[in-house]
Design a binder for this molecule. Structure first.
Ligand SMILES: C[S@@+](CC[C@H](N)C(=O)[O-])C[C@H]1O[C@@H](n2cnc3c(N)ncnc32)[C@H](O)[C@@H]1O
Length: 302
């Protein structure tokens, strides 16, 4: 692998990190050159990396401009995964995935073949966050997963998790006595309980809004193959870059803030040196106990 971090895209690059506006980077990418786009954009909530005056309309306009270009550079059969939460202003809560889905629906009107098709709305739930006083405290965000067209990759076996009752067997019918579960584990479902990156998380950097590496890592494993190209247009601290490189995919990212680019370069170097710190994808449930249904059979692989 070529370990160099290139600042401008060339088709042979393994790693490209563009320091600047993602619109410029995306415009420089050839048609149908990316297998998977994963990102978490700014939510127009006045964070340190946003313009204070940006509001929901700016959020929508930016996405209306960006998505046609993202569609152009995405391969047919490729995927887009957009991770968003909620825009909250004066007590009014707007789910940003509603806004995104509306923009994609409108884009689809102008597309004849290979429209963007929603495959999952994944609920990412976590234990910590602000404690609200006038509504229930927010403890989830979402990931919208779209494919370009109807013929796409989904490598479920790469992301299976342990079953609760791995020793359970069919008790009647043709398969009586056989294990009912898949020896590779079960489908992780569309509700992912994964700790968010707070102060004592081993992945925490100076970036105020990182997602954990395991979120993009699961998507990368399920939706691409080694050697495929992953793009994160709102790179932040480079969590998608870390996940992509750990899984031997090529990476392209754009980040407008130099400090976050520097953090990303350092995290990438740690992956290349084999010393990256990240939380591994822990199963939601570890089977315990010795009863016939809870005990893991010897031939199960996880
Ligand atoms: C929600 S954060 C992404 C966090 C990232 N997922 C991580 O784990 O670190 C959004 C990032 O987009 C960057 N950004 C905002 N506008 C941008 C633009 N037009 N082009 C590139 N990056 C931009 C911000 O500086 C911020 O770091």
């Amino acid at each position: 692998m070529d370990n160099k971090i290139y600042s401008a895209f060339e088709s042979n690059n393994e790693i490209t990190l563009y320091e600047g506006d993602c619109f410029n980077l995306v415009k420089s990418l050839p048609d149908e050159s990316v297998d998977l786009i994963i990102t978490s954009p700014p939510y127009a909530m006045g964070k340190a990396y946003e313009r204070a005056e940006d509001d929901l309309d700016d959020f929508a306009i930016k996405h209306q401009q960006l998505f046609p270009e993202l569609y152009r550079i995405l391969k047919v059969g490729g995927s887009v995964c957009w991770q968003v939460g909620y825009h909250v202003k004066n007590g009014v809560v707007t789910p940003l995935d509603f806004v995104i889905n509306q923009i994609i629906s409108e884009l689809n009107h102008s597309i004849y073949a290979n429209k963007l098709i929603l495959r999952n709305r994944i609920i990412w739930t976590f234990g910590h966050g602000l404690n609200a006083k006038e509504r229930f405290s927010g403890r989830h965000e979402t990931v919208l997963w779209y494919t370009k067209g109807s013929d796409y990759e989904f490598n479920l076996d790469e992301v299976r998790i342990p079953q609760k009752y791995p020793g359970k067997k069919y008790y009647k019918g043709e398969k009586k006595g056989e294990y009912s579960g898949n020896p590779l584990g079960k489908n992780p479902s569309d509700v992912w309980s994964i700790p968010n990156v707070k102060a004592n998380h081993i992945e925490k950097t100076e970036h105020p809004c990182q997602f954990p590496v395991v979120v993009p890592q699961r998507l990368i494993k399920a939706l691409t193959y080694p050697g495929d190209v992953v793009l994160d247009p709102f790179n932040g601290s480079g969590s998608t870059a870390v996940a992509a490189l750990l899984e031997h995919r090529k990476y392209i990212g754009a980040e407008i803030n130099k400090k976050y680019c520097d953090i990303t370069k350092s995290r990438i170097q740690d992956v290349l040196d084999g010393v990256a710190t990240y939380r591994i994808d822990k199963p939601v449930y570890e089977p315990k106990g010795n009863s016939s249904v809870t005990k893991k059979p010897n031939h199960f692989e996880w």
